[in-house]
Design a protein around this ligand. Structure first.
Ligand code: F6P
Length: 552
């Protein structure tokens, strides 16, 4: 297979980059009054404006050709067909089946997975409705008031992000809690506010072996049994979601309350499965299905829309453009929607665990850069924190700015202020402020000529900083589903171009292996000598200090 950087289109893009990189978006806009129409896309109630990028029609053409030459269409077909595109684990990648609300079959290893998917959805519906309607009663006959999801990574970030995002749709009678960190404070702080008699725990772990989750789950069970000293009561207060059913049963969970997961669902793509049980309990199954529907519609769009009008494809290609030609190392996710405050953290896992790879599908070390550093925050507060670097720093950081047209709050002035910041920031990042404009501005200020000269270089903004603006009517379950599926597919598009497997995560294994060995070494106070001198030194310092601090 031709290596990526040897492809003629790759080289054509390199040559094109030389031509276009000195150009300023101000000029691109000045040359083409139709630029907004030419470089924006609509999907349902979502608008993607990507006109504020350093691209021309030729750039788009070349990027689309790149997608074609990398056989993106074949890869998309292979994913939907259930081929084992996760080749290092020999697994199909079928999270799209979890939201396949059509009556079409979807197959993994020739087997239609839809009957199992539907049956788990029904099981989720039964449990979530029972909890919501208070027909599910705890061991003392009281309804459930608090749900604690114990999981980490994909078994935590997705459910937590969605329950936060859809708060306006959430139950007022049930509070949701998420515990992932193995720092004892996380579980202690959560449990101290709760009453075991009215608490339901969801132990969410695909493998049911993850250290953090298992320790927190065991802690929660002990806490529960300290008050309700009856093992048979666990059935009313502990449910599990896992593909490792025997381990769930061994933990003591009633097999009827264990929800299945499959090896063709990656952890970071799993919120659509029973890993989303906490979401279903909180927002109800109708809303959960609406979210699946929104994702399914995006799946259909991704699968069928021509690449030039395909949101995930365009977003993926733009990312490649900055990452591989402009040398951009980072990518910012900036939601102007309070309830999306966990989106950057969620996308950090989705993107960085998927595309943080340096070996291609043929086993070769890549000679180009892959996944960017994803970071982000709520846009408005971030303006007063790190936007300085976006505007005037030395790094090019492309960003996605997401905002709802209609919010749920009654304070219209707030929303207008919020949106004015959305438009102002994208304009400022694009246009910047020229030396001449800065000079003009300074001349009207109450400053002498020397002060004006001193300030001038600091007042100049280069601009030409790329953003995608993603506007949607309102953050309802369907729209959220579409947006999340859009990002999942964008990540896949980039994985295909980079010829990497976006669906394994071997890079997290080494730390887990070492931690499990060191966990054993921390049982006593004996010094260790089997590591490098830094690690030995740190462990031994910790053990010595721990001993001193332990003394009364
Ligand atoms: O360590 C990484 C990881 O395997 C993620 O991919 C996954 O989402 C997370 O850990 C949790 O895994 P599990 O659901 O098996 O507990």
């Amino acid at each position: 297979m031709t290596r990526l950087t040897e492809r003629p289109v790759w080289q054509a893009l390199s040559a094109h980059y030389q031509e276009i990189s000195p150009r300023h978006m101000r000029d691109l806009f000045a040359e083409d009054p139709q630029r907004f129409d030419r470089f924006s896309l609509r999907f349902n109630n979502i608008l993607l404006d990507y006109s504020k990028n350093i691209v021309t029609q030729q750039t788009r053409q070349l990027l689309l050709k790149l997608a074609e030459e990398c056989k993106l269409a074949d890869w998309i077909a292979a994913m939907f067909r259930g081929d084992r595109i996760n080749h290092t684990e020999q697994r199909a990648v079928l999270h799209v089946a979890l939201r396949n609300l059509s009556d079409q079959p979807m197959r993994a290893d020739g087997q239609d997975v839809m009957p199992e998917v539907r049956s788990e959805l029904q099981k989720m519906e039964a449990l979530s409705e029972a909890v919501r309607s208070q027909t599910w009663r705890g061991a003392t006959g009281q309804p459930i008031r608090d749900v604690v999801n114990i999981g980490i990574g994909g078994s935590d970030l997705g459910p937590e992000m969605v329950t936060e995002a859809l708060r306006p749709y959430g139950s007022r009678d049930i509070a949701m809690h998420f515990v992932s960190n193995v720092d004892e404070h996380a579980i202690q702080d959560t449990l101290q506010k709760l009453d075991p008699a009215t608490t339901l725990f969801i132990i969410a772990s695909k493998t049911f072996t993850t250290q953090e989750t298992m320790l927190n789950a065991a802690f929660a069970r002990d806490w529960f049994l300290q008050t309700i000293n009856d093992e048979s009561a666990l059935a009313k207060h502990f449910v599990a979601v896992t593909s490792n059913i025997p381990l769930g049963e061994k933990f003591g969970i009633d097999p009827r309350n264990i929800f299945a997961m499959w090896d063709w669902v990656g952890g970071r793509y799993s919120l659509w499965s029973a890993i989303g049980l906490s979401i279903a309990i909180y927002i109800g199954m109708d809303n959960f299905r609406a979210m699946l529907q929104g994702a399914h519609e995006m799946d259909q769009h991704f699968r069928t829309a021509p690449f030039g009008q395909n949101l995930p494809v365009i977003l993926g290609l733009l990312g490649i453009w900055y990452n591989n030609y402009f040398g951009a190392q980072a990518y910012a996710i900036l939601p102007y929607e309070q309830n999306l405050h966990r989106l950057p953290a969620y996308l950090q896992q989705a993107d960085m665990e998927s595309n943080g790879k340096c070996v291609d599908r043929d086993g070769n070390k890549v000679d180009y850069t892959t996944g960017p550093i994803i970071f982000g925050e709520l846009g408005n507060p971030a303006q007063h924190a790190f936007y300085q670097l976006l505007h005037q720093g030395t790094k090019l950081i492309p960003a996605d700015i997401l905002a709802p047209i209609r919010d749920f709050h009654s304070v219209r002035k707030h929303h207008r202020a919020l949106m004015s910041n959305v438009f102002a920031q994208t304009e400022a990042l694009m246009k910047g402020k020229t030396r001449q404009e800065a000079q003009q501005e300074l001349s009207t200020a109450d400053l002498d000529a020397q002060q004006q000269q001193l300030l001038l270089p600091y007042k100049v903004f280069e601009g030409n900083k790329p953003t995608n603006t993603i506007l949607f009517d309102t953050l309802d379950p369907g729209t959220l589903g579409s947006l999340l599926a859009m990002y999942e597919h964008k990540i896949f598009v980039q994985g295909v171009i980079w010829n990497i497997n976006s669906f394994d995560q071997w890079g997290v294994e080494l730390g887990k292996q070492l931690a499990s060995h060191i966990f054993g070494e921390l049982q006593d106070d004996d010094p260790v000598a089997d590591h490098d001198c830094s690690t030995n030194g740190l462990i031994n310092y910790y053990k010595t200090r721990r001993k001193i601090l332990r003394r009364p």
